[in-house]
Design a protein around this ligand. Structure first.
Ligand SMILES: Cc1ncc(C[n+]2csc(CCOP(=O)(O)OP(=O)(O)O)c2C)c(N)n1
Length: 570
């Protein structure tokens, strides 16, 4: 039996028709009619208490399932606790359907408790926000019939905007009392509006004559690939390979999920550290994908100001990252790269690409024989590489972890990271949600990110031990290691305590509280002993979620990091 609230049933019916069948549910009374209906209607329901965590959990699920996921919470500050995940979803982007239960509008601001202006609360960080009316079941009343249509239209609008932008949308659902009548036996058969944008817009994408001329006039063409989903990366791989083979320099970070056999230059950040040579500067830059981690490539391109910069954005967003954009191309990356490959074929000279590849080989040779000294974040990460295999997804937290991963690579694993707004506030929850989606996951995280989001372990997925395995490697260097790599900040005596938030916390208690397996290694010998046991099949399967805490020294890490780069200098 479902709730008797018509707006709720319209929403649930449309979500089901739209195949949005995973919902992260947060506790509360105002949203209880929604919660009850989702569960009773057979949705995949994931209980998460902390809304901040729930939002990120939903993002992890959406990444794993590669489709929209909903999160549903009660009224009041619970809504605002979703904001960090909403902002990540906006800039990442990821399709997140935010459903918030509310009091009827007449009670907002009347000291009625747990009430604040929810409609519009996410401001510019959602692609669309709607507030549903509360139609009754009286279909004989013409005004009410319009309310029913209005409610349907608003929900359809929100769902369409979520898909159009692949981003977050907000549906605020006022629910009048009485709240707990679960008397309806069926969901209404709602009219759904399908969005058919892709099929009609992109099927015959080709470059304009003007673009062809611009492209042919440039001898040094660089393609910068930012963060891609693994699925996007697989689609792009053959095209990237083709483009690399016809003289384009394709630079791609680990988060692009493009592998070396496509001919991409993955160690471009190290190259730019080692060599300063104008011959490496491009004339035309084409950017595809999401965010780029490397500051060096941004700095280099801002300084050299390429003649042309074409930014490819499926959603048509201006991102003039190198202060030199000359063209915004609104299409899918695969369409664009396919069209570019058609034009270039073998007309571009290989000189520019050869130069980059020579530099890449020299850097690879140096890093290939680099001997990690001591027990550091880098040496530990290097030792983990054999575990980054095809079937495993790697979730990287922000800060040093994602940068170190960029240096050492993630093997054959698909890699994910909350790079939308680079928060340290949701990595554990995102990884939890991802694993709840059914795929074995390794989370690599720094200590501040881990302790910040420890509620990411406080959910039914981790506690029940059902589903895929979640393996967490926690690099505990006693604070924000990244702040030791910021030139100039060492001049502040307050760096370690206040900026890097130095601490002496360990994760054992958190692991125990949440029923997770736990091992700790404080030196190379302990680590060697732990490693095999930790990743052994029986240990992981027994624990389901397990944490390996490696305790490293921030000073040693700093030295190793600098040394690693220093060896590259010529
Ligand atoms: C929510 C949020 N608060 C603050 C920051 C600023 N910040 C960026 S990196 C960082 C330190 C992260 O430290 P840790 O997770 O331990 O990683 P490490 O650099 O030590 O590997 C902080 C505080 C942020 N990105 N997000």
């Amino acid at each position: 039996m479902f709730s008797d609230k018509r707006n709720i049933l319209q929403l649930v019916s449309l979500m089901r028709k739209d195949c949005i069948d995973h919902v992260v549910l947060c506790p509360g009374s105002r949203n209880a009619p929604l919660v009850h209906t989702f569960v009773d209607a057979g949705f995949h329901c994931h209980e998460v208490t902390d809304e901040r965590s729930a939002g990120f959990f939903a993002l992890g699920l959406a990444e794993c399932l590669d489709r929209p996921v909903a999160v549903c919470c009660t009224s009041g500050s619970a809504v605002l606790d979703l904001l960090p995940a909403v902002s990540e979803a906006y800039y990442h982007p990821l399709p997140l359907l935010v459903i918030t239960a509310d009091r009827p509008e007449r009670w907002v601001g009347q000291m009625d408790g747990q009430t604040l202006p929810q409609f519009g609360a996410f401001g510019r960080l959602v692609r669309h926000a709607v507030q549903l009316p509360e139609p009754s079941w009286n279909d004989d009343d013409a005004v009410n019939a319009e309310e029913v249509w209005h409610c349907n239209r608003l929900i359809n609008e929100a769902l369409a905007e979520m898909k159009r932008w692949n981003g977050p949308v907000h549906i605020n659902v006022p629910i009048s009392e009485p709240l707990f009548n679960f008397t309806r036996t069926e969901l209404p058969d709602e009219r759904i509006v399908r969005l058919s944008k892709y099929a009609c817009c992109y099927s015959d994408f080709a470059l304009s004559e003007e673009m062809k001329d611009e492209l042919s006039a440039c001898r040094r063409v660089m393609i910068v690939v930012g963060q891609l989903t693994p699925a996007e990366a697989r689609r792009l791989s053959p095209l990237v390979k083709r483009l690399s083979g016809c003289g384009c320099v394709v630079v791609a970070e680990v988060l692009s999920n493009l592998h070396s056999e496509t001919g991409v230059i993955g160690n471009f950040d190290e190259i730019l550290y080692a060599v300063h040579d104008d011959a490496l500067n491009p004339e035309l830059v084409i950017t595809v994908g999401g965010h780029v981690v490397s500051k060096r490539i941004r700095r280099m391109l801002r300084q050299c100001r390429p003649l042309k910069h074409w930014h490819v954005s499926e959603y048509g967003e201006m991102a003039d990252l190198f202060m030199s954009m000359t063209r915004l191309v609104e299409c899918r990356p695969s369409d664009m790269l396919g069209a570019v490959a058609e034009v270039l074929a073998d007309s571009v000279s290989m000189d520019y690409a050869d130069r980059w590849h020579r530099e890449s080989d020299i850097v690879a040779e140096t890093t290939g024989i680099y001997k990690f000294e001591g027990f550091t974040d880098l040496s530990v990460l290097n030792a983990l590489k054999p575990y980054f295999v095809d079937e495993i997804a790697v979730q990287a937290a922000n800060s040093s972890v994602v940068r170190n991963l960029q240096l050492l690579g993630a093997g054959r694993s698909d890699v994910y990271c909350n790079r939308g707004v680079n928060g340290i506030d949701g990595s554990v929850s995102t990884a939890s949600g991802f694993a709840a989606g059914g795929r074995d996951t390794i989370l690599l995280t720094g200590d501040l990110s881990f302790f910040y989001d420890q509620n990411g372990l406080w959910n039914n997925f981790v506690h029940s031990g059902d589903g895929a395995l979640l393996t967490i490697v926690l690099f505990n260097n006693g604070g924000g290691q990244i702040f030791r790599n910021l030139p100039g900040l060492e001049k502040s005596p307050y760096r370690n305590r206040y900026v890097a938030a130095g601490h002496v916390t360990h994760a054992e208690g958190i692991a125990n509280d949440n029923g997770c397996g736990y091992m700790r290694a404080e030196n190379a010998d302990e680590f060697a002993l732990c490693l095999k046991r930790f990743f052994a099949d029986d240990y992981c399967r027994e624990c389901r979620t397990a944490i390996l805490e490696v305790v490293t020294d921030a000073g040693d890490n700093e030295r190793e990091y600098k040394n690693y780069y220093h060896k590259l200098k010529r």
